[in-house]
Design a binder for this molecule. Sequence first.
Ligand SMILES: [Zn+2]
Ligand SMILES: [Zn+2]
Length: 144
Amino acid sequence: MDEFSHQAGGANGFASICKKCQAIYAKKWYQVNKAHVCQYQREWNSANPLKQKQYDKKRYAKKMRVINELRDVPCADCGKRYPTCVMDFHHPDGHIVGEKSIAQRVRSEGNLQQTIKDAKKCIVLCANCHRLRHLRLRQGYKNV
Ligand SMILES: [Zn+2]
Ligand SMILES: [Zn+2]
């Protein structure tokens, strides 16, 4: 009985925290709350996947229409015409490592006008000729 009351007193003493501890708690609370906000956003997105998807699809389709117009030309190497999905943009200086391709840039959010500008600098090649160009580039040929 004596031991029990002693324990209860100890618990009371522990409950009153010092200012430093309070600051830590406040920081922790903020971090927990921040995570909670993100969680809320995620939940909203997953609760409205259709809305999100339709929006993205519309934007993507619009961008692709513009890009497809640019590559709706005969291949610069073999002169054949293919559906636009077969046509690639080949940068005359070769591809800069780490730089996104035109197709990747259309998929990701970015400045469409800049992407169009860069796409216009490129040579439009069919997938076949594009691969062959890169093969020649790897083999060390210049001006391919
Ligand atoms: Zn070709
Ligand atoms: Zn290329």
